[in-house]
Design a protein around this ligand. Structure first.
Ligand SMILES: [Ca+2]
Ligand SMILES: [Ca+2]
Ligand SMILES: [Ca+2]
Length: 434
């Protein structure tokens, strides 16, 4: 079964994750020798492969090889700075084994063919339940970092060292911010030229609460001895200072019949801790924790990230799509919210004309100089969060007389183009000799 997700994107962002067995779609023009133009990759379930679609011929192209994890988000960028786009394929879940971590993949283009990057794919083995992925040049060296929104895990960051990835989640201060992250994108919210992270989470308007002092725990393991993964949701019992099962005795008993014998009364159940519920199977029990459920901005402070929760309106429901326009957040069953960056106003439309293998300039970082001051950095993404994708046309805010647009192309080349005072739209072309 396949879904043509883009046509349904507005609808799908309002639906819960459990409504669909998979998701993920990526639209970018991919033009290189041997690779068909104007491709659309579609994530599919079943054998968990990815297919591309040739719009010009109206037919599917050969599929990417599948793997055991169900495909989630995808993101395109020129990872190695050689001019063509490379494809990250996120593993969202291993069918039937939630919440065990899934594998993700990286394919690179080489001589017009997609080739599995085995070294990076090894690095991404068991990387987590990936709900969102974005390539973004967080350190400004021309090579995009890989940023992953992981459910029951952190926002993971892989630094890109001239095409080779290395995980720096701990070094940049993100390891402790575990959440049920639903999506991630980047944008320069404080206008310092460095790209900040904006990450969707489940919000704080539910019975689940989490903090570093009192994390939300999920216990899982083969409790019934059946070879399957059983899950125990837990909540903190402040009276006994321990974690207790959150569900009613009857509910859990249906899945774990031995509980009826061990806890014959509701009174006994009311005093049960998670460890007691697991009983002699406690050694099979594993635990995941989240320290925050707030959708959060992480400001980029030169190698470290500083967390700041989004306003309370963004916390009312789970966030399933994040896009920087100003900043658009789509939530489950609530209207899409637009957070206006009050420091800027809509202005100059900028379209890039990149090299033939990356015609839209995906991965380029744009800044507009007005008067003597550079405005916020804007990066062009192909894929990011959960069923959301940014436009390849950037609209850069104008607050004084515009002077010039600077473009940092994938690979690090920088070009600058003058802008007239009354210009509404310009195109910046990539020139190989720069
Ligand atoms: Ca490349
Ligand atoms: Ca970088
Ligand atoms: Ca910034």
């Amino acid at each position: 079964m396949r879904w043509f997700v883009p046509a349904l994107r507005c609808l799908l962002t309002t639906l819960p994750i459990s409504a669909f067995p998979f998701y993920g779609a990526e639209v970018a023009r991919v033009e290189a020798a041997g690779i068909k133009s104007t491709g659309l990759e579609i994530a599919a379930s079943g054998n968990a492969c990815v297919e591309s679609y040739d719009f010009s011929k109206g037919q599917p192209l050969p599929a990417f090889t599948g793997h055991a994890s169900s495909v989630g988000p995808m993101a395109l960028a020129d990872v190695d700075g050689d001019g063509d786009l490379d494809l990250f394929i996120g593993g969202q879940v291993i069918p039937g084994q939630y919440p065990l971590p899934a594998d993700s993949l990286l394919f690179r283009q080489a001589n017009g063919q997609w080739v599995l990057d085995e070294e990076t794919t090894r690095l991404l083995r068991g990387v987590g339940l990936v709900n969102g992925a974005v390539w973004s040049d967080l350190d400004g060296d021309g090579f995009p970092e890989l940023v992953l929104a992981c459910e029951w895990g952190p926002i993971r960051v892989f630094q890109n060292q001239a095409g080779r990835l290395r995980e720096v989640t701990g070094e940049v201060g993100l390891a402790g911010h575990t959440g049920r992250w639903t999506g991630v994108t980047t944008g320069d919210l404080d206008e310092d030229g460095r790209l900040d992270l904006i990450a969707g989470n489940w919000g704080i308007n539910s019975h689940d609460q989490a903090s570093p002092e009192q994390p939300l725990h999920l216990y899982f393991g083969d409790l019934a001895g059946s070879g399957n993964v059983d899950i125990l949701e837990a909540e903190f019992d402040p009276v006994r200072g321990q974690y207790a099962p959150r569900h009613l005795r009857e509910t859990l008993q249906a899945a774990l019949p031995f509980l009826a014998e061990r806890f014959p009364t509701h009174r006994a159940w009311s005093r049960a801790t998670i460890v007691e519920v697991a009983g002699e199977r406690r050694n099979f029990l594993r635990q995941l924790s989240v320290t925050t459920l707030a959708s959060t901005v992480f400001f980029n402070r030169q190698g470290r990230f500083e967390a700041r929760p989004l306003p309370v309106e963004a916390q009312l429901a789970p966030v399933f799509g994040v896009s920087v326009a100003d900043l658009v957040v789509t939530q489950n069953a609530t209207p899409t919210k637009l957070y206006r960056n009050v420091g800027a106003r809509p202005g100059l439309r900028v379209r890039l004309q990149g090299p033939p293998s990356n015609p839209d300039g995906v991965g380029a970082v744009l800044r507009l100089r007005c008067g003597d001051r550079w405005g916020p950095a804007r990066e062009l993404h192909a894929g990011s969060g959960y069923w959301s994708q940014d436009s390849v046309t950037a609209v850069l805010g104008i607050r004084a007389a515009p002077r010039a647009v600077q473009v940092r192309w994938p690979g690090g080349k920088i070009s600058e183009q003058p802008v007239g005072e009354n210009t509404a739209e310009i195109t910046v072309r990539y020139r190989a000799e720069r």
